[in-house]
Write a protein that binds this ligand. Structure first.
Ligand code: PHE
Length: 511
């Protein structure tokens, strides 16, 4: 057996005294090397112009599994013939002596060959038979040629299948030399010191080579989509709110938002409470008093909730359940600093004590936008939502009355799904991936919105002609739709395949 170098030397040496190698396959066999290995050498020599190589296609035959068995054990018809004793045998006894398939195939063949008769015992009609089929199969194995009729018969019996051989015919190439010295791939220190570099043959640069993949940092799809949403908000003149506090007091998360203390969302089934530190104790006391009053007895024309508001409830620390907690802090601050019109947004993580399934995790990201100005109306909210969502490629929205403790009126935002309609990736992917994809003209919810209640804004100290319009949506849902992920655990958490992080494509919204 020769290795690739040996094969290369033999090939070049052969061409030195011969005009051609007509079949590389036969040449490989004579050399005692695998043809695959020689083919590699041929391609490389061809690439450097040492040889010319032309494809030679040859069809030959190969034994099937069944053919291989018969080439060893004999054809079934001969096996059956051999199993019949001189005095004859009952069909049942004969069958018992043989494999089922050998008996059923072989008996039929032996009968049609007129080797056997069945009157009444199975007995031989001829003295001796020759196993022609076995011999033919052995011949095929040795690469010998058979007549067309024989090939046809074996093919019909599924004992052989065609096999295409790809080989080469080889002649000297333009750069032929009886030996090849491997081209150098880089200048070494040695070459520079000994000044041999000018005589060395270098391998030409391959400018088409793809190069190594860069192994730097990789952005998670959620971060990419977040960047795009951030860009849309910035283009619309919004400022980002500081969202770096995952831990929040119930006061800012719920009470400031006029969410009553017995509201089901404040139950431990829905909210994660902190054990340590379990309480927040510093609040703007005057504001806290006003919040207490609005809950207990109302004010500014509201009758409030008419219950005993407890400070202990407001002090309980939670993992914030929505980014609206940040909005409430920011609006309070705006009122203290002196009102000016503002457009705020945030995109960050929130936590809910929910059962985890393919669409829910106990933590996710919310996208929230709000505009605070004098004289805003529901029409402004609808207008800004149309602007915002059209930048995501969703041009036609519908709104449905909804309920949030802190907004009135409140609207769920819906968009229409057309299967494979439009050029927006988001639109198209929503159409393909959501569970309503088979229905035409289905409206799906894409967000929640509303105007913050006066019971929330007035205790903060905002002027009474100031309104705040706001909306929120999740970051995960559009990300999953964009990236074709249907199980949220494949997107976020410890089960995420790192390959997703390394190879996810760039994100474009609203194209
Ligand atoms: N905070 C709401 C939620 O968690 C979203 C929302 C934001 C609704 C702003 C109205 C206004 O679903």
């Amino acid at each position: 057996m020769r290795d690739a170098d040996g094969a290369e030397r033999a090939l070049l040496a052969f061409l030195e005294s011969n005009a051609e190698i007509s079949n590389s396959e036969a040449f490989a066999r004579d050399l005692g090397v695998d043809h695959e290995l020689l083919a590699g050498t041929i391609k490389s020599l061809h690439g450097f112009g040492f040889i010319e190589a032309k494809d030679v296609r040859r069809e030959s035959w190969e034994l099937t599994e069944e053919g291989l068995v018969y080439s060893r054990n004999g054809s079934p018809e001969v096996q059956v013939f051999d199993a019949v004793p001189a005095g004859g045998i009952s069909r049942e006894d004969l069958q018992r002596k043989l494999d089922d398939s050998v008996f059923s195939i072989g008996f039929r063949k032996a009968m049609s060959n007129k080797w056997l008769e069945t009157k009444p015992l199975v007995s031989r009609k001829v003295l001796k038979v020759e196993d022609v089929v076995k011999q033919q199969l052995l011949d095929i194995k040795d690469g010998k040629n058979l007549s067309a009729a024989d090939i046809d018969a074996l093919k019909k019996r599924k004992l052989i299948v065609p096999k295409v051989w790809k080989a080469y015919s080889i002649t000297k190439g333009a750069n032929y030399a009886p030996t090849r010295t491997k081209a150098a791939t880089e200048v070494t220190r040695e070459m520079l010191l000994k000044e041999t570099w000018s005589e060395v043959a270098f391998k030409p640069y391959n400018f088409q080579a793809l190069g190594q993949p860069t192994e730097g940092g990789h952005l998670h799809p959620l971060l990419k989509v977040r960047t795009k949403f951030r860009q849309i908000f910035l283009e619309m003149g919004f400022e980002e709110m500081p969202t770096n506090n995952f831990v929040e007091s119930s006061f800012w998360n719920f009470d400031a938002l006029f969410q009553p203390q017995q509201h089901p969302a404040r139950d431990s089934h829905d909210t994660f409470f902190l054990k340590s530190p379990c309480k927040t104790q510093t609040f703007p006391e005057d504001y806290l008093e006003r919040v207490k009053t609005i809950h207990e007895q109302g004010g500014f024309g509201s009758i409030g909730y008419m219950y005993d508001w407890k400070r202990e409830e407001a002090e309980k620390n939670v993992l914030r359940t929505h980014t609206t907690a940040v909005s409430s802090r920011m609006l309070y601050k705006l009122a203290q600093d002196g009102f000016v019109p503002k457009r705020y947004f945030s995109i960050d993580r929130v936590f809910r004590n929910e059962a985890v399934d393919r669409t829910h995790l106990a933590e996710f990201h919310q996208i929230e936008g709000l505009i605070c100005d004098k004289g805003l109306t529901l029409g402004d909210l609808i207008g800004v939502l149309n602007d915002f969502f059209s930048r995501l490629g969703m041009k036609k929205l519908r709104f449905k009355p909804a309920y949030n403790p802190y907004t009135e009126p409140s609207m769920e935002i819906f968009r229409q799904v057309y299967p494979l309609y439009g050029s927006s990736a988001l639109l198209t992917l929503i159409s393909c991936c959501n569970s309503y994809h088979e229905q035409l003209n289905k409206w799906v919810e894409v967000g929640n919105s509303g105007m913050f209640r006066p019971e929330m804004l007035l205790p903060m100290g905002l002027p009474d002609d100031v309104s705040v319009i706001a909306w929120g949506l999740s970051l995960e849902r559009p990300t999953m739709i964009l990236y074709g992920i249907d199980n949220i655990r494949d997107l976020f958490g410890h089960k995420v395949d790192l390959k997703l992080i390394k190879s996810n494509p760039i994100c474009r919204l609203g194209m």
